[in-house]
Design a protein around this ligand. Structure first.
Ligand SMILES: Cc1cc2nc3c(=O)[nH]c(=O)nc-3n(C[C@H](O)[C@H](O)[C@H](O)COP(=O)(O)OP(=O)(O)OC[C@H]3O[C@@H](n4cnc5c(N)ncnc54)[C@H](O)[C@@H]3O)c2cc1C
Length: 308
C-alpha cells in the first residue's frame, strides 16, 4: 500500500500484543491494518530458544514453534498485515503514521512495538570470536567449565548464571543495582550456588584482550573504584529498551522509556492506546501481551463508539 489511506484502527507492531489486538479488532469488524517493521510476524518469539511452558494453549518446543502458531492465527488478517513496513514517523494528535513513503491515518492507533535488546558500547556482541555474547542460548556448551562473567541482575541474566554454574563454569554475576531484580525463587538459587560470585553495584567498564578475551574491568560508579577480573567469556543480559522512537516527544513515558497507560491502556493522547511489553510496568510474557492486545482492542472499540 502506498499513498494516503484512512482506517478505523492502525496497530503498530506485529508481536503477540499487536497480532492479538488486530485479530480482535478484525473480529469486531473494524477496518484494521497492522504494520510490522520486520519481514515476519512474531516479535521476540524467535529469540526464545527454550521451551515455552507458560502459554495455556499448548506446549511449544521453542519460540519459533509458537511463532508459527501465531502466524497461522494471523493468516486471517491477510493483506491487512503489512510486513517490512517500519513506522518511521507519526503524529499522534492527527493520528497518522508514515511507513515506506506513505502516510496512513486512522480514527484510533495502537502502539504495540515491544522492546529491543540493548547493546553496551563496552561489550560489542560477538567480540573476541564470540567470547562476548548476548545470546548464550545459541551455543550453550561453549563456556562449560570456564570462568565467565554474566552482566545483569534480572531473570534472563540470573537464569544464564545458574545454567553456567550447573555445567561447571565459575560465574561472576555483575549488576548495577544493590540487589538482584530477578524472581525470588531464582535469587534463592543464586545465593545457594557456590560457583556464582556476585558483584552488586558494579558495572562493566571494558572487555580486555588482544586476539582473545583475557578479562574485564569493572567500575563501581559511586566511588569510581576499578577492578580487573580474568574471564574467558562475557554474557550480557541487561534490561531491554521499549521501542518508541517514532512517537518521540508525543507520549508520556516512564523512566525506562516505556509508555504510561491507564487501566484501559489509554495513553496521554486521545484515541491512542498501547499494549504489551512497550507499556510501563509490563509483565513481559507472551500470555500477558496476548491479553493486553485484546484489552486494547476493547478500548479502541469503546472509543470509536463514543463510550470511553
Ligand atoms: C530470550 C527471551 C525469552 C523469553 N521467554 C519467554 C517465555 O518463556 N515465556 C513468556 O511468556 N515470555 C517470554 N519472553 C517474553 C515475550 O517474548 C514477550 O513478552 C512478548 O514477545 C511481548 O510481545 P509484544 O508484542 O509486546 O512485543 P514484541 O514481541 O517485542 O513485538 C513488538 C513488535 O513490534 C515491531 N516494531 C517495533 N517498532 C516498530 C516500528 N517502528 N514499526 C513497525 N513495527 C515495529 C517489532 O519488530 C516487533 O515485531 C521471552 C523473551 C525473550 C527475549
Amino acid at each position: 500500500m502506498t499513498g494516503n489511506e484512512h482506517h478505523d484502527v492502525i496497530v503498530v507492531g506485529g508481536g503477540p500484543a499487536g497480532v492479538s489486538c488486530a485479530l480482535e479488532c478484525f473480529d469486531v469488524q473494524l477496518d484494521t491494518v497492522l504494520v510490522e517493521l520486520r519481514s515476519v510476524l512474531g516479535g521476540q518469539l524467535p529469540e526464545i530458544s527454550h521451551s515455552v511452558r507458560n502459554v495455556a494453549a499448548g506446549r511449544f518446543d521453542d519460540g519459533s514453534v509458537l511463532q508459527r502458531a501465531l502466524q497461522e492465527s494471523a493468516a486471517i488478517l491477510d493483506e491487512r498485515a503489512y510486513l517490512s513496513h517500519p513506522v518511521t514517523r507519526a503524529d499522534l494528535g492527527d493520528r497518522w503514521i508514515e511507513t515506506r513513503g506513505g502516510r496512513w491515518s486512522a480514527r484510533a492507533l495502537v502502539v504495540a512495538t515491544g522492546t529491543r535488546r540493548q547493546e553496551l558500547d563496552t561489550a560489542p556482541d560477538g567480540a573476541f570470536g564470540g567470547a562476548v555474547t548476548y545470546q548464550l542460548e545459541g551455543e550453550p556448551r561453549r563456556f562449560v567449565g570456564r570462568e565467565v562473567a554474566v552482566i545483569g541482575g534480572g531473570d534472563s541474566a540470573t537464569l544464564d548464571a545458574l545454567v553456567l554454574a550447573r555445567t561447571g563454569s565459575t560465574v561472576k554475576l555483575v549488576y548495577r543495582s544493590e540487589h538482584l531484580t530477578a524472581r525470588h525463587d531464582i535469587v534463592r538459587q543464586i545465593h545457594d550456588e557456590t560457583r556464582i560470585e556476585e558483584f552488586a553495584g558494579w558495572e562493566l567498564a571494558a572487555v580486555k584482550g588482544t586476539d582473545r578475551l583475557e578479562g574485564i574491568e569493572l567500575v563501581r560508579p559511586t566511588t569510581d573504584e576499578r577492578r580487573p577480573i580474568s574471564v574467558q567469556g562475557v554474557i550480557v543480559k541487561i534490561a531491554r529498551v521499549p521501542n518508541t522512537t517514532p512517537f518521540e516527544g508525543q507520549l508520556d513515558l516512564d523512566r525506562s522509556g516505556a509508555v504510561i497507560v491507564d487501566r484501559d491502556l489509554r495513553t496521554n493522547r486521545e484515541g491512542v492506546f498501547a499494549s504489551g511489553d512497550v507499556v510501563s510496568n509490563a509483565y513481559p510474557r507472551v500470555a500477558a501481551a496476548f491479553g493486553q492486545g485484546v484489552l486494547a482492542a476493547r478500548s479502541v472499540l469503546r472509543y470509536l463508539e463514543g463510550r470511553s
